[in-house]
Ligand binder design. Structure first.
Ligand code: FA5
Length: 360
């Protein structure tokens, strides 16, 4: 061995000592990574650097020197692996301690949604009418003028169309007429649709959204809910209508509630009435809610007009029926003492939370 060779071997030992001493002091993963690059890095690591310097040695010295470097590298690598396990283990223990979950803590309450008061009352109405033999169905909110007006005995240019300020959203031409598309102004179009679809007997209620182009105030919204009722069979009379609406009102507001029917005009009924219930707030004595009258108007009703029966292919000489339409929000307002319909769709959670826990 040359003098140069023994100096090189001494360098290997010094490097191994330096590497292992430094390794012993390492406390975290970042420092361990830096150490690895410095001593064992494939390109710039100091141990690999020794092998690159082998070119200066004589051919006889190279194998011994190479073997010595490799043996050192193996020992240093083993020391590194052992250290890595303890440094990594310590880091893992620290991380687990920081992330620890106290499984004995009570859970956080999950915010629960509540049913909208309109939904609550719609369900209640549906349950009441189910007991009276009525099926609940739904219909389209985007409707044809044929159903919203024409088949209901409201011909084009008839002044009755002005009664419902209508959102027109398009038109579709049929044979020789223009059938316009509207947002339905009431749930009555479902009278015609239902009768066209089935033969009597018919007993349905139809809750759903309606749209009217009108200024809003405490009792009027541009979007609101109605509930339509329709019963058609042989020998249906006005008494059936009065009995049905009286029973509905008593179920809703209590058995002492009285119902009042007064003449009114709707082109699709004859005779037509509006119906009111004794004010649920003052019991009929007169108060702010009923504006001192003791009565609260709930909706319109009447016997299905013979023209409407004919329009859908029913024979008015054989069949008769009654229909009614009421505002659902109106009933919610009476039932829960709400004095402004605009609260319903303002999305104020404080208002909606009032109904949390209300079950039908
Ligand atoms: C009608 O809409 C008729 N289709 C009702 C009907 C059906 C009569 C079957 C005869 C036979 P009216 O426009 O009066 O009628 O509306 C009925 C109810 O809907 C009203 O009493 C009211 O409670 C409610 N309503 C009407 N317009 C609004 C509105 N803009 N905002 C809130 N509720 C309304």
């Amino acid at each position: 061995m040359t003098t140069g060779g023994s100096i090189e071997v001494g360098q290997i030992e010094a490097l191994e000592r330096e590497a292992t001493d430094r390794l012993a002091q390492i406390a975290d993963e970042a420092a361990l990574e830096g150490w690895f690059r410095e001593f064992l890095g494939r390109k710039d690591g100091k141990l690999s650097g020794l092998l690159r310097g082998m070119g200066a040695l004589s051919p006889e010295e190279r194998p011994r020197f190479g073997a010595a470097v490799n043996a050192t590298k193996d020992r240093v690598t083993a020391a590194y692996e052992a250290r890595k396990a303890t440094v990594g283990g310590a880091a893992l223990t620290a991380r687990l301690a920081a992330d620890a979950v106290d499984i004995t803590q009570p859970g956080r309450p999950v915010p629960m949604g509540t049913l909208h008061p309109t939904t609550l009352v719609t369900r209640e109405l549906s349950a009441i009418f189910a007991l009276l033999g009525f099926q609940t169905i739904e219909g389209p909110e985007v409707e044809e003028t044929r159903y919203n007006f024409d088949l209901l005995n409201i011909p084009t240019n008839h002044p009755a169309r002005d009664k419902w300020d209508t959102f027109y959203v398009g038109s579709r031409g049929t044979d020789d007429t223009v059938n316009e598309i509207v947002l339905r102004t009431h749930t009555s179009p479902m009278q015609a649709r239902t009768m066209q679809r089935q033969d009597p007997p018919v007993r349905v209620i139809v809750p759903g959204r309606c749209y009217r182009y009108e200024a809003t105030d405490a009792s009027h919204e541009a979007i609101f809910f109605q509930l339509e009722g329709l019963a058609v069979d042989k020998k249906i009379t006005m008494s059936d209508l009065k009995g049905t609406l009286t029973e509905m009102t008593r179920q809703l507001f209590g058995s002492s509630t009285k119902v009042r029917f007064r003449c009114d005009f709707f082109p699709f009924v004859e005779p037509g009435v509006d119906f009111s219930a004794t004010c649920a707030v003052c019991g009929g004595k007169g108060c702010r809610v009923c504006k001192g009258t003791g009565w609260l108007e709930l909706g319109g009703a009447g016997m299905v007009h013979p023209n409407v029966l004919r329009n859908v292919g029913y024979d008015p000489a054989i069949y008769s029926g009654f229909a009614f339409g009421l505002g659902i929000e109106r009933i919610v307002m009476i039932k829960y003492g709400i004095d402004d319909i605009r609260n319903f769709y303002a999305n104020d959670l404080r208002f909606l939370e009032e109904f949390a826990g209300t079950r039908i």
